[in-house]
Each structure stands twice: as C-alpha cells, then as structure tokens.
Ligand binder design. Structure first.
Ligand code: FES
Ligand code: FES
Length: 82
C-alpha cells in the first residue's frame, strides 16, 4: 500500500451522528465500511482519525481523503474531478 490515500468517493458522506459518541474516520480510503475505519489500513502508514460528536445531527465526513479539515469535508473534493 502506498502513502497516498485511496479516494473512496469524491464527495462527502452524510452521517447521522449522536452527541458524545466517538467515530473513527478512515484516512486510508481502503475501508469497506466508509467513511469509517474497518481495520484495512493495517500494514500502511495510515491511522484512523477519531471524531467525537458534540451534538446530534448530520455530519459530513470526507470521502476523498484529501480534506485539510479531516475527518470533515472542507470542499477539497470539488477540485479532484474524479
Ligand atoms: Fe482506512 Fe482504517 S481502514 S484508516
Ligand atoms: Fe473530501 Fe469533500 S469529500 S473534501
């Protein structure tokens, strides 16, 4: 596996999150359980990013894995053209 994350999808994943609950965002893009880590990063230099929800509601997790505000989408996916 390289150090370049796989683009899981060039758009965010909208997920209903629960206040106080923690989520582990997949940074490598290899998880079959996007946008969350399923352990597929093992053997690579990637580690998941923990996100703890502050409130109930929809959160937009980065699917392209290029966001500079990871694990949240910051709009970077718009420039990927994928
Ligand atoms: Fe991608 Fe764990 S599977 S970071
Ligand atoms: Fe990655 Fe939007 S999906 S920045």
């Amino acid at each position: 596996m390289t150090d370049t994350p796989r683009i899981a999808q060039a758009a965010p994943y909208a997920v209903e999150v629960t206040a106080g609950k923690s989520y582990f965002w997949c940074a490598c893009g290899q998880s079959a359980n996007q946008p969350f880590c399923d352990g597929s990063h093992k053997g690579s230099s990637f580690v998941p990013v923990k996100f703890t929800a502050e409130k109930d509601g929809k959160a937009f997790f980065c699917g392209c894995k290029q966001s500079s505000r990871a694990p949240m989408c910051d709009g970077t996916h718009k420039g990927l053209g994928a």
